[in-house]
Ligand binder design. Sequence first.
Ligand SMILES: Cc1cc2nc3c(=O)[nH]c(=O)nc-3n(C[C@H](O)[C@H](O)[C@H](O)COP(=O)(O)OP(=O)(O)OC[C@H]3O[C@@H](n4cnc5c(N)ncnc54)[C@H](O)[C@@H]3O)c2cc1C
Length: 337
Amino acid sequence: MLLVGETRFGEASPAGAGMLAPGAESAELPNDPVRNFAVAGRDLYPVFLSALRDETGIDVPFDRRGILELVEDGEPALRPPGSEWIDAQSLRELEPGLRSFTGAVCHPRDGSVDNVVLYAAMQRRAASRRSITPVHAAARSINVALARPRAVLDDGDVVEGGSLVVATGAWAGQLEGLPRPVPVRPVRGQLLMLDGALARHVIYGGGGYIVPRRNPHGSPPRERMIIGATMEDTGFVNETTPEGLAELTAIVRRVLPDSTPIQLLSHWAGLRPLTPDRLPILGPDPDVPRLLYACGHGRNGILLAPITGEAIGALALGAQSPHDISTFSIARFAGVE
Ligand SMILES: Cc1cc2nc3c(=O)[nH]c(=O)nc-3n(C[C@H](O)[C@H](O)[C@H](O)COP(=O)(O)OP(=O)(O)OC[C@H]3O[C@@H](n4cnc5c(N)ncnc54)[C@H](O)[C@@H]3O)c2cc1C
């Protein structure tokens, strides 16, 4: 297998916050098939990470303590399936560092993964597998009218294979030669990282989220917090801005008591690949079955990485997808430019 790719400023996978949050992100998941797919994606993580550790020796930090969605006023009448209500006192015991809230909805099986370490592990695996040949280049165009689809690279080289997978993130719609428009656009997200252990769980609240992130290589290991994230239509501009950082700081201030000292370590941004209905595009092109799409994962591409890999990997090998991905077909955008 040829893995054609280049590193681009703004690529999302190492920039994200790493939440595995089908429960807390349920507003993004409009119906049962989508929710079930996201939950199945989350539940693949333990086996996926254990296989990755066996193959690469890299132990990707993984937190499955649950996500707490803070509530300001009263227990919500409707909650996502599988979630639990936590009252104010239990919340204080779980998270003594937070401001006072009426309670929280707990999504007990949600959590987070360190996507930076995950990305490094995936790269190590790609580099070490004999069945994978990495090609560090940009693909300029594709030709899928031939018996074996081809990609033309920026330097003019041509590569071909039995099938071709478009997995080029926010840039997915830019490849020349696509048989139809691929409606994926970049949506910038800014994040900041604070020093210290300000919360134990992933917290949704104050208009954003807080994700604990432990640096296992520090001595002693250092606790840090990621605060996220903005959603901005700025095209391919990927810088952080004073306004974005102010918005993120305000999230912290709404969730933590005023007296909590905060120390900024770093900030960065990334480009989410977003489709018009905010769901990914997965599976074969309706007219060109050898062309497979694995793009447009929006806010939940880390969550959906292993399940996308299982589905698209099977199809690329000519087998059936072990998961029903029909909801995510690009055919749903027929006629949409
Ligand atoms: C701020 C932020 C927070 C996020 N938080 C979360 C989260 O908590 N949980 C979650 O599940 N998801 C989260 N996401 C979303 C998630 O990161 C993305 O959905 C996911 O990483 C998309 O993966 P991708 O491989 O499609 O795109 P990318 O990671 O962007 O990868 C695309 C790759 O294709 C390469 N490429 C592009 N065009 C070409 C070309 N022509 N030729 C060769 N290579 C090319 C790029 O250089 C890049 O390496 C977040 C994203 C952001 C930005």
